[in-house]
Design a protein around this ligand. Structure first.
Ligand SMILES: [Mn+2]
Length: 429
């Protein structure tokens, strides 16, 4: 059975909205023209934007207290790929899927064929040495790549090398490494020796990279190690990536910082020294990656993209950050959350393209703080929704993805095919 949404239903949904879109698009086009922008050109640029879906994101997330799965939860990677196929079919901004090993450890050829049949390809691989698997010899309770025991460290290295091997077989070209290693008590670990052990393990992983691959190291401020974490902040991350070599760079997960940290400045710093590898997008009110991108602070998302567009325009030859969503969906249909989140990230990108950079530089040179801020706000306040809708429509997607998804009844259809899964089990990191 073709899991995707019926083309006739999609065309019907779009036809209900296309007259209003024509009017709104023309009005926005006039507004942008007065500011020196060509809306059709911006529309084409928006259509090039892509952000990867994490395979685990299509399942319901949870917390340490409980998980409340919805109907039709994906049972395995092939179900997950089908959900990702629907997301891409409707929103046309998510052409790649990022796999997680061992959660998605299936036959690579079958995974590749399935993805291709759905119009998808694969983004960075994600290794997992933060939990124990049933067949595992050595436990990660006290760490993985930085464990005091050499055999445990070797097992963690071996797992990462295997992720590269699977990635090669499915056409991925990057590995993201996040470890939960650290400590929960002052004095529990020697911070210097622990970092040395981590670096030693990561050097072995790095040595296993094919020449065209990139290695992303992801920092996280706290949890599961609540006192100290080996890759705690962007400073440690930068030093690690620099130590490892040119194929290594830093991955910035928006939720992995203290509240109020100036993430856009971190983006600027890492790019300045050639170590900005990629992003995990999400939002948070208090801490971590628990909420949908753009749901709490869309202005911060815009400010991150303001830096990214600035870097892209100044250093186009070296600009290639990997974008992925990484968030937990506890109370929504994950497909709906992922579609709306991808569109929020795409919106922030397009709004950042509208910043008058000449005017901004002029106000910066003249120390006109108010006008500099207003220059950013002017772009941020522009309602680019008609442009995003037109970009989706041009590519065969849905003008309103969530409405089309609901109308198609996808969730109730897959609920009949996929038996309910248990509510027990941990959350998603
Ligand atoms: Mn992340």
């Amino acid at each position: 059975m073709n899991p995707l949404i019926d083309a006739a239903l999609l065309a019907d949904e779009n036809s209900k909205l296309s007259a209003d879109l024509d009017t709104d698009y023309a009005a926005l086009g006039e507004q942008l023209q007065r500011q020196g922008h060509d809306i059709d050109q911006l529309c084409n640029t928006a259509a090039q934007f892509g952000i990867a879906i994490p395979s685990w994101g299509v399942g319901t997330g949870g917390t340490r207290f409980a998980r409340f799965p919805g109907p039709g939860e994906p049972r395995h990677v092939f179900d997950k790929l089908e959900d990702c196929g629907v997301i891409q079919q409707l929103c046309r901004a998510t052409p790649k899927v990022s796999l997680h090993i061992p959660w998605d450890d299936e036959n690579p050829t079958e995974m590749k064929d399935k993805a291709q049949s759905l119009g998808l390809s694969f983004d960075a691989m994600n290794s997992n040495t933060f939990q124990d698997q049933p067949d595992q010899k050595h436990s990660y309770k006290y760490g993985s790549l930085s464990h005091t025991d050499a055999a445990t460290r070797a097992q963690a290295v071996e797992h990462n090398l295997r992720c590269i091997e699977i990635g090669e077989a499915i056409g991925s070209d990057a590995l993201t490494v996040w470890v939960g290693d650290g400590s929960n008590f002052p004095g529990q670990t020697h911070m210097g020796r622990q970092l040395d052990r981590y670096l030693d393990g990561m050097r072995q992983v790095y040595a296993g990279l094919p020449s065209h691959w990139r290695l992303f190291t992801e920092h996280k401020m706290y949890e599961p190690a609540f006192y100290s974490t080996v890759v705690q902040d962007w400073g440690s991350n930068y030093l690690i990536a620099k130590e490892l070599g040119p194929q290594a760079s830093c991955l910035v997960d928006l939720g992995h910082h203290a509240p109020n940290v100036n993430i856009e400045m971190i983006v600027s710093r890492l790019a300045h020294f050639g170590k900005l590898g990629g992003f995990h997008f999400n939002d948070s009110k208090y801490g971590d990656d628990d909420l949908d991108s753009g749901s709490i602070d869309p202005y911060r998302l815009f400010l991150v993209f303001n830096e990214l567009v600035d870097i892209e325009q100044r250093q186009p030859e070296s600009f290639n950050p990997a974008y992925m969503l990484d968030q937990s969906h506890n109370v929504t249909d994950p497909i709906e959350s992922l579609m709306s989140s991808a569109l929020e990230v795409q919106r922030a990108y397009v709004q950042a393209l509208l910043v008058d950079r000449e005017a901004l530089a002029f106000h910066q040179e003249n120390n006109d703080a108010l006008m500099a801020s207003e220059t950013l706000k002017r772009a941020f306040r522009t309602n680019v929704e008609p442009l995003l809708q037109r970009a989706r429509q041009n590519m065969g997607g849905a003008i309103n993805p969530v409405a089309a998804y609901r109308e198609a009844g996808y969730r109730s259809k897959v609920a009949k095919l996929r038996p309910a899964v248990s509510g027990a089990g941990g959350g998603i990191v």
